[in-house]
Design a protein around this ligand. Structure first.
Ligand code: ADP
Ligand code: MG
Length: 445
């Protein structure tokens, strides 16, 4: 079976990816929606999970498995773990009095590895508070935000922290998908009593990605009762979704209003500082796994700049860079990043047009748009025009002649010259460097 699944994956990912990353995987067991896979080292598990995880799950499920999640374990008994998660030994594998079938917290997702910045500080503070395990002050804690902004990470961090502080506590983390799946299985197998018993005997219940309950009416009904039963017993609930409670579609009104009763906090899209902070933290972690790999200055800044969509993609990019650099024994330079990540860089760019750039730059320097475009070339306008050209070159896929035309130039050597000039200044003139950064950011929004 696993052989067949691997064959399917090979056709999907290509021979060389297959050989490097998929071939060495060993499926050791399937249980409770988790596929346990053995990998030769921790880095590989990390990389494979991020890069091919969805495909592996997809192909497993196509062959009839019911997999929601992958769990990687290092085949060697002495598992080498990423340094960021050198945690007290309690973290993994020694659950005390947990409900059967508990989904283990992922040891990579702790508060230690969570980088705090403006966009997530409230969510982080609320999660920390709950993780202290004191008296329940708000119930539920409702975390919401877009994909890859750290909801699941925070929930695992809470579970982990609680398991360290209060090993006897029954903490159950489950995705809404899993909740549905178990509910349906319980119905089918006539095990509703067990189901109710399990969910109602926990001390802390976390349900991740509750938006997946949409349209599942009987599951919602059961969820509602579970929810109320736990709140009545003053047990902490932590719920996440990709949107605010009031905006959940096809979720009953009474659930939506329940969800708003506690503390509702959102994770905002990342900003540059946060992304850079995350990259620095991840870099430290990878350094300890691959001591040989050097990262040239400016590369992390470049990534933080260019990959603004979500943290998962940002991390995936860094993982890929490290994997590649260590494979070929090279330093991670800007060129390597550009080559190796061209697909991510392309797709994460919001499509910016030459016109938008010209407009933005003229606003920024308070000059007339017509001066930017026309053949007239007053001296004080030269710099803004060159900046606009540089941005066009770096933020669009237009060719130099095309850019030239939009600046009213027949000859694109002027454009080339302008771009070179700015490139030079960017290294030497911090005012220009800041302006470029600011403009790029504004254009990405
Ligand atoms: P969500 O559940 O909101 O879709 P996740 O919690 O799965 O997002 O986060 C996606 C990835 O990004 C995870 O690997 C997580 O560790 C990482 N991540 C997100 N936010 C942060 C952060 N603030 N610090 C460190 N890692 C983060
Ligand atoms: Mg999630």
């Amino acid at each position: 079976e696993w052989r067949a699944v691997k064959d399917d994956i090979r056709s999907a990912v290509g021979a060389s990816n297959y050989k490097n990353w998929i071939e060495p995987l060993v499926l050791s067991s399937l249980s409770e929606g988790v596929a346990h896979i053995q990998v030769p080292n921790a880095f590989m598990g990390d990389y494979v999970g991020k890069t091919f995880g969805d495909q592996i799950i997809y192909h497993l499920n196509r062959k009839g498995a019911q997999v929601q999640r992958l769990s990687f374990a290092v085949a060697d008994a002495v598992a080498q773990k990423p340094a960021g998660s050198a945690k007290p030994a309690v973290a993994n594998g020694t659950p005390a009095a947990k409900p059967s079938g508990e989904i283990q917290p992922d040891h990579r997702f702790t508060f230690d590895t969570f980088v705090v910045g403006k966009p997530n500080e409230l969510a982080h503070a609320a999660a920390k508070r709950v993780a202290e395990g004191g008296p329940v002050t708000f119930n539920p804690l409702f975390l919401y935000g877009g994909v890859g902004l750290g909801k699941t990470h925070l929930m695992h961090a809470i579970a982990h922290e609680l398991s360290v502080r209060q090993p006897d506590l029954n903490v159950l983390y489950i995705s809404a998908d899993q909740f549905i799946y178990r509910f349906i299985s319980a119905l089918r197998d006539r095990k509703m009593m067990d189901f109710k018993q399990m969910f109602r005997s926990v001390d802390v219940l976390m349900v991740d990605d509750i938006q997946f309950l949409a349209g599942k009416e009987s599951t919602q009904e059961e969820f509602f009762h579970t929810f109320n039963a736990l709140v009545d017993q003053n047990k902490q609930l932590i719920i996440s979704a990709d949107r605010a409670p009031g905006e959940l579609k096809d979720v009953s009104e009474r659930i939506r209003s329940r969800l708003q009763c506690g503390l509702v906090v959102d994770l905002h899209p990342t900003d540059y500082e946060l992304r850079l902070g995350i990259l620095h933290a991840k870099q430290e972690m990878y350094r300890s796994i691959y001591p040989g790999v050097e990262v040239a200055t400016g590369v992390l800044e470049f990534l933080a700049h260019r990959i603004s969509s979500n943290v998962r993609i940002l991390e995936g990019a860094l993982t890929r860079l490290f994997a590649f650099a260590s494979l070929v024994g090279r330093e991670v330079t800007m060129e390597l990043a550009q080559d190796c990540l061209s697909d991510i860089l392309r797709s994460s760019d919001r499509k910016v047009t030459i016109e938008e750039i010209q407009r933005k730059v003229s606003e920024h320097y308070a000059i007339r748009l017509s001066d930017m475009l026309g053949p007239r070339r007053p001296r004080n306008l030269a710099r803004p025009r060159q900046i606009a050209m540089w941005l066009c070159k770096n933020m669009t896929s237009r060719s130099l002649p095309e850019i030239g035309r939009k600046f009213g130039k027949r000859d694109h050597t002027t454009i080339m010259h302008g771009i070179r000039k700015i490139e030079e200044l960017r290294q030497t003139d911090s005012q220009i460097a800041d302006d470029l950064e600011m403009l790029q950011r504004a254009l990405q929004e």
